[in-house]
Each structure stands twice: as structure tokens, then as C-alpha cells.
Design a protein around this ligand. Sequence first.
Ligand SMILES: [Cu+2]
Length: 66
Amino acid sequence: MKETLRIKGMSCGHCVKAVEKALSEVSGVEKVQVDLGSGTATVDSSGPLDMAEVRRKIEKAGYELV
Ligand SMILES: [Cu+2]
């Protein structure tokens, strides 16, 4: 499954790395691609994402799921 998430608060390459790491830890996630310019992350996963978990990981990393 492929899903595009909007993430608020990313401003540089470090943010991209942090968000990539956070999302890669979510259950079922196989691939993460973050686009800083548009503030989005595209996530490939083996099944439906647990959005509560996604939100938790993103917020723990210091960003916000829009
Ligand atoms: Cu940054």
C-alpha cells in the first residue's frame, strides 16, 4: 500500500532524516520517501497503516502530522 502523509515542521535535511527514521519504525512500513519541498512523506507498507502509531512516532520525533 502507498500513502502520502503531510508533515509539518520540517526545515532541513536533518528533519528529513529524522522523519524517515520515525516512519520506518512504524509497523508494516517498507519504504519511506520524504519530500522537504512539499512537506510530504510517501510511505510504502505491507498493509494499512496504524495512523495513531504514525502520529505518535512523528510527534516523538518533534514534528506534526497534518
Ligand atoms: Cu531540520
